[in-house]
Structures are given as C-alpha cells and as structure tokens.
Design a protein around this ligand. Structure first.
Ligand code: ADP
Ligand code: MG
Ligand code: MG
Length: 254
C-alpha cells in the first residue's frame, strides 16, 4: 500500500535535511509502529507522506498503491485515502465539530466511493461512531477545540479516523498526554477500526500504547533514518534499554 524508497526530505524554508534515506514498506492489514527519540524525524515522516507544504522531498519516492504521490497535494492524498489526524490548531467558536467533520467527509466522499451525506444522514452515521471512542453526543455540538481537554483532542483524532475510514491512518503521538483509561479507549477504538483493507502507522515515543495495540512491525528512527526494524519484541527491548544502544549503532553506520 505504502512504499517509501530512499526518501530524503528537507525543510522547505531553509533546506535543512531531516529525513536521510528512509525505506519502508507497509501492506494492507498491517500495523506499524515508528518509534524513536525526540527530534529523530518521526513527525516529518508523517507530514511528508500526507503532503505537508513545509517539507520538500529531494530524493527518493513515496508510492501509494503502486503509484508515486509526490506530485499530489494534501487534498488529493486525502482523496486517495491517506489520513493524518488533524489537530485543530485554533479554537473556532461557532463552528461545531459535526460541521467540520461532515465537510471533511463529504469532500472526499466521491473519491472514496461513497455518497455525500446531508446533515440528518450524517448525524445518523456519526452516532454509531461515537461509541467507538466512548464519546458523549454533546461533543458533536461543541465548537471546534473550545475547551477540549488534551484527552478529548486525542479521542477526537480517533473519532475523525472512525468517520473518514481512511485506507492509511498515520497517528502521530496519539497516546501523548492520555491517562491510562483514555489510552485504553483510544487503543480500543484503533483496534476496532483496523481491518484487512487498511493499514495503521502508530508514531510513538513510548511503548505503553503498544501494550494495547499489537503492531506487526516496529521501526526505530534515529537521525532521519530507520536504524532497526523488528516485531513487537523490539518495543519491549526499547522500553528496557532505551535508544542509546541504537544511537551508537546509527553513528557507526553513518
Ligand atoms: P520527532 O517527531 O521525531 O520528534 P520531527 O520530525 O518533529 O521529530 O523533527 C525532526 C527534526 O527536524 C528536529 O530537529 C526538528 O527541529 C526539525 N524540524 C522539523 N520540522 C521543522 C521545520 N518546519 N523547520 C525547522 N526544523 C524542523
Ligand atoms: Mg531545498
Ligand atoms: Mg513528533
């Protein structure tokens, strides 16, 4: 489904190279965890795949279902089924969560093989989805981000995923700042949403989310490269030993 080939990515503005040759293959039905210390390039990877304009691919390729998406803008990638949970950056008083979600849903509906939904239909549709993230219906009518707690924002990301049903979900630090109950709810939601036809990439600094979501593959990113890949056991090793032993390894191998 997703193939990164020798991917080099720079910050558009100043030409700083962040990703230095990433190779990664993700198939339908798989869950991949990307771990690594702060500043290693994990978020940049997610943003490069989703087409964020701040980043420029200078070498290599991103293939989605066998075709390069480098020339596609973020909207076109979303139409193709790539999802990067969007953090609403600002509070938007007066625009409800439902309104914004319906707009996102309808925008990509046709290219995802679905009908657009009017407000009443959409209301029915999302009420089923609320249960997945154990969210109360009044959440839908609240203005975007106004007074959302950290946990609610994270739940909202999974809720977006439930509503949009992407082929490829990139979840960047979805576990950060969640207490253990909220973490379980979020993990449960992801597990229920994930199936044979989609893939999930969990970007996380900590391994605790992986106690609840079992990844098929774990990759460690250091210094803009994937320096080690393994199965879920690798996450446990990292919890036990940290990243230092791999940093030494990364340096030795340039
Ligand atoms: P991670 O998500 O693994 O913590 P990031 O991908 O956010 O790492 O960042 C990797 C490195 O790239 C960091 O040193 C960060 O400061 C730098 N970086 C990322 N985005 C930008 C940007 N837009 N402008 C300047 N530096 C950036
Ligand atoms: Mg440049
Ligand atoms: Mg990050």
């Amino acid at each position: 489904m997703l193939e990164l080939k020798n991917l080099h990515v720079e910050v558009e503005e100043d030409g700083t190279e962040i990703l230095k040759g990433v190779n990664l293959t993700i198939n339908k039905g798989e869950i991949h965890a990307i771990m690594g210390p702060n500043g290693s390039g994990k978020s940049t990877l997610a943003k490069a795949v989703s087409g964020h304009p701040e980043y420029e691919v200078t070498e290599g390729d991103i293939l989605f279902n066998g075709e390069s998406i480098l020339e596609m803008d973020p909207d076109e990638r979303a139409h193709a089924g790539v999802f990067l949970a969007f953090q609403y950056p600002v509070e938007v008083p007066g625009v409800t969560n439902t309104t914004l979600l319906r707009e996102s849903y309808n925008t990509i509906a046709a290219s995802r093989g679905r009908e657009e939904l009017d407000p009443l239909q959409f209301d029915d549709y999302i009420r089923e989805k609320l249960d997945l993230v154990e969210m109360k219906p009044d959440f839908l009518e609240r203005s975007v981000n106004t007074g959302f707690s950290g946990g609610e924002k994270k739940r909202n990301e999974i809720f977006q995923m439930a509503v949009l049903e992407p082929a490829l979900a990139l979840l960047d630090e979805t576990d950060s700042g969640l207490d253990i109950d909220a973490l379980k709810v979020v993990a449960n939601g992801i597990n229920k949403l994930h199936g044979d036809d989609d893939a999930v990439v969990l970007i996380t600094h900590y391994q605790r989310l992986l106690n609840y979501i079992v990844p098929d593959f774990v990759h460690v990113m250091i210094g803009g490269k994937i320096v080690k890949s393994g199965d879920k056991g690798l996450a446990l090793t990292l919890e036990d030993q940290g990243y230092d032993w791999l940093e030494a390894h990364a340096t030795v191998n340039g």
